[in-house]
Design a protein around this ligand. Structure first.
Ligand code: SAM
Length: 280
């Protein structure tokens, strides 16, 4: 009995030591072991917890058609998970050369070298405009500095940030557990006046105001201005309802392509009619 107790204590101690060693080596290998909190160019290294990064990628609906960029990619874990667990291609941009080399070794060890690349570079210099998803764990002021670049990306690009928001660009989704994270969809630029063709009322003027993804406005139907009801902008998809002069409601949904709109609206007879729009 004493012998079994002795074996149990030895085994438990070895197990605890192994777990401790694993936690120190988290993200590191025999060539380089980064320290949580070590200096980076604009922000220190703190890795995102695996549970949270999976929730962030899931919220962004990452899939095999995506190209994910992790800005300040650390040990490469977000880029690796995007490829391994969600089937995406991914690129990590990391300023610290030793960290970037470690991340590339982690990529190769994970067997996703054909879909993941680590660039040793500066997120304020490298071009990530072809991303369909951007992930980051930076600082509030870095998010704000990157915001104009992100807002110029293709409408519909998804963005998720661990811990920090984007100032007055409100998030579409807030994640609260196991830690704080945010999610946005880059909105198309729609503010201004548009002339819509194809509606029963003939040529119709649509006026839109915009604050990031929040929009409002009016539709001129005949001589009357109708407010847009429940207006929404989801990336490049614009939708609203309006009441015509007989108080019949019509649902409109259009996609935005720079200075052109194209979509459908429900006519009085509840048919879907094709409508188009041009910026005035
Ligand atoms: C908080 S860590 C996040 C790491 C990883 N994205 C994650 O969530 O696990 C930030 C990383 O950004 C890197 N970094 C800091 N400034 C950078 C810059 N200007 N360009 C590229 N990487 C940078 C740091 O070296 C660090 O690895």
């Amino acid at each position: 009995m004493k012998y079994f107790k002795f074996c149990f204590i030895i085994f438990s101690t070895l197990f605890a030591l192994n777990a401790f060693a694993q936690s120190i080596l988290e993200g590191g290998d025999d060539k380089y072991q980064p320290r949580v909190g070590q200096e980076g160019k604009d922000v220190v290294w703190v890795p995102t917890n695996n549970e949270l990064l999976a929730i962030m990628l899931k919220t962004a609906k990452v899939n095999s058609t995506d190209l994910v960029y992790d800005l300040g990619s650390g040990d490469g874990r977000i880029a690796i998970a995007a490829a391994k667990d969600f089937g995406a291609r991914a690129i990590g941009i990391e300023f610290n050369p030793e960290m970037a080399q470690l991340a590339q070794r982690n990529v190769d060890r994970s067997g996703v070298g054909d879909r993941v690349k680590i660039i040793n570079g500066d997120i304020f210099v490298e071009n990530f405009s072809n991303a369909t998803v951007v992930t980051m764990y930076l600082l509030p002021e870095l998010n704000i500095a990157l915001r104009p670049t992100i807002l110029k990306m293709k409408p519909g690009t998804r963005v998720t940030s661990h811990a920090f928001n984007m100032g007055d660009w409100e998030a579409d989704v807030e994640i609260d557990s196991p830690a704080k994270a945010f999610y946005w969809v880059v909105p198309a630029q729609v503010a201004g006046e548009w002339v819509i063709s194809g509606m029963e009322s003939g040529k119709t003027i649509l006026k839109l105001s915009q604050h990031y993804q929040k929009i409002g406005g009016t539709l001129q139907v005949g001589n009357e201005l109708q407010p847009l009801l429940n207006p929404k902008l989801d990336g490049a998809t614009l939708s609203f309802t309006y009441l015509d002069r007989d108080k019949t409601s019509h649902f409109v949904m259009m996609s935005v392509n720079n200075n052109e709109l194209k979509g459908l609206y429900k006519s009085r007879s509840y048919n879907d009619n094709v409508i188009t729009g041009k910026r005035l």
